[in-house]
Every structure is written in C-alpha cells, then in structure tokens.
Ligand binder design. Structure first.
Ligand code: PAF
Length: 285
C-alpha cells in the first residue's frame, strides 16, 4: 500500500521520523497522469535512495491558458495503481492552498538567468516562473537529496538546475533519458489527447530529430533547421520551432563545431496538442 499524504505537516512529520542518519530521499515531482517516463524516474530514485517521494500536483501557476489547466487530466487512482509496483514510499498529493498558502503569486519571482526567454519560454510566457516556483516550494517541503527529472523537458531541467545552483539548494538533479513509444514518440501526459492515427504518424518527430543528428556534419545549422521544419510539416503536424542550442545557455548556436554541448529542440502542434522533443547532437562535457 502506498502512503498518500495531502498536507505538509504530516509529510514533514513522516520525513523527520524516518530520515535517520545517512538515509537519503529521492524526489520525483509530477503533475500526475503518469506514464512510463515517470515510472522510470521513480525506479531510478528507488535504486539510488533510502526513500522515494513522488508528488502529484497540477500546478496552476505554470499554465498559460485557463482552459489547459481545466482540461489537464486528474487521474490519481490510476496513477497510484501505476506507482504500486515501483515500491514508492510516499505520494504527496497536496491541494493548491497547501502549496500556496499565501497565494499563487507568492514566491514566483525567481531569477532564472534569462534561460526562460528562449524556446518554450518565448511561446509560453510565465510558464517557467511557475515551474520554478512550484519546484522550489516542493523542495522546501520535501528536502530531498536527489531530484529526478526527464530529458524530454530539456529547458525545464536546465532552468531547475540553474535555480538549484543559484539558490544554493542542496539537492542534486538527476536527469533521466527520454522514454519513447515503440514508434519513437516521446512519452508525455499529453499523448492521450492524440488520435490513434496522429499518434502513429507522430513517428515523424523522432525521425526528424535523428535525421538532424545524422546530417549535423554535412549541413549548416540554418540548413538543418530548415530541413527539420520541412520534414515536420506534414499533416496534421504544424511545427512551432526547431532550433539548435547550446545545452547550458540555451542560446541558439551558429556552428556545431564550435560548441561542446549542442542540442536540437522542437515543438510541434498536432490535434490541438503541443508536443516537445529534443536530441543531444554533441556533448563533450
Ligand atoms: O514536468 C512537470 O510535470 C512539471 O512541470 C513539474 C516539474 C512537476 C512542476 O509542476
């Protein structure tokens, strides 16, 4: 049986009682509607820590559109069933008031070093302020040794890593590889909103990223991006951006040869659903 806790006081009591010397806590923040990607993060945390806590909280401050927040699937029962075999110790499923007792705006002003201005940030203003706000709040409550996030949200984990360092938060970020469907589509809670045909056709996204990686030494960055956008422009897909950035600064780069960490990132619309994905082209760190 998974212990589900919905308030900070009980969670802190549990942690203070159980966290003896040398015990570690691994933390997987989620908004629920779990898939294999979340399960992989939880399994990794279980392997590396004494205790694992998964949070399920649909954070209102990171949604740009009210309708998206309203439509976001809330599937606590199914999520708990999925988590059962992982042996997770606690699921923390708080209310909005529990997370923001002083109001939604309190604690939103976090320095993100300008990393929130590119890619997703350009199309979803305020989104990463909300993500950083909730992750900081959750870290204050859970005080984990390790935090687990997926590579799919490349900009998200880069921003959180910046925040951890900048605020000197004593939690190590562990980034886990993207988990994909058999056709290459990156797993996401949004995929349930795709029609079966679109889901099948969505193999074009990962195929495009792999092709960009393949041609990185023979095409210029401009050519690679144009090529990728063209490849993605097949019905019902509408690419929003495909860009090649430095993995640390998230600045678009002009020459892969001069970069030590190059990542191709994209966002594409299909069936009114916005999908993101990325591929690391080069990482010499
Ligand atoms: O990636 C997500 O699911 C969310 O952005 C996160 C990190 C749980 C914050 O609400």
């Amino acid at each position: 049986m998974i212990l589900v806790i919905d308030n900070t006081k009980d969670l802190r009591t549990w942690i203070n009682f159980n966290k003896k010397k040398d015990a570690t806590i691994g933390f997987v923040p989620t908004m629920g509607s779990l898939h294999e990607g979340h399960i992989t993060l939880t399994q990794k945390s279980k392997k590396q820590n004494t205790f694992t806590i998964v949070s399920i909280f649909v954070n209102p401050t990171q949604f740009n559109h009210k309708q998206d927040l309203i439509k976001y699937p809330r599937t606590l029962g199914a999520d708990l069933e999925m988590l059962k075999p992982t042996g997770v110790d606690i699921v923390f499923a708080p209310s909005v008031f529990e997370i923001y007792p002083k109001g939604n705006h309190y604690g939103a002003d976090i320095n993100l070093g300008g990393l929130d201005k590119y890619m997703e940030g350009a199309f979803r203003p305020g989104h990463f302020k909300g993500v950083a706000q909730v992750v900081k709040r959750l870290l204050e409550i859970v005080t984990p040794d390790r935090l687990y996030m997926g590579q799919k949200d490349f900009q998200q984990f880069t921003i959180i890593n910046y925040m951890l360092k900048n605020l000197k938060i004593n939690t190590k970020l562990i980034v886990c590889p993207i988990i994909r469907e058999s056709n290459g589509l990156a797993m996401s809670s949004r995929n349930v909103r795709l029609s079966p045909e679109t889901k099948e056709k969505a193999s074009v996204i990962y195929k495009t990223l792999k092709a960009v990686k393949k041609y990185q030494h023979t095409k210029s960055i401009t050519e690679l991006c144009q090529y990728g956008i063209k490849k993605l422009s097949v019905k019902p897909f509408k690419p929003e951006y495909l860009t090649i950035v430095d993995g640390h600064t998230l600045h678009p780069i002009t020459d892969i040869n001069n970069s030590t960490y190059a990542v191709a990132c994209l966002a594409v619309w299909a069936d009114d659903v916005r999908l993101i994905d990325n591929i690391i082209l080069k990482n010499e760190i």
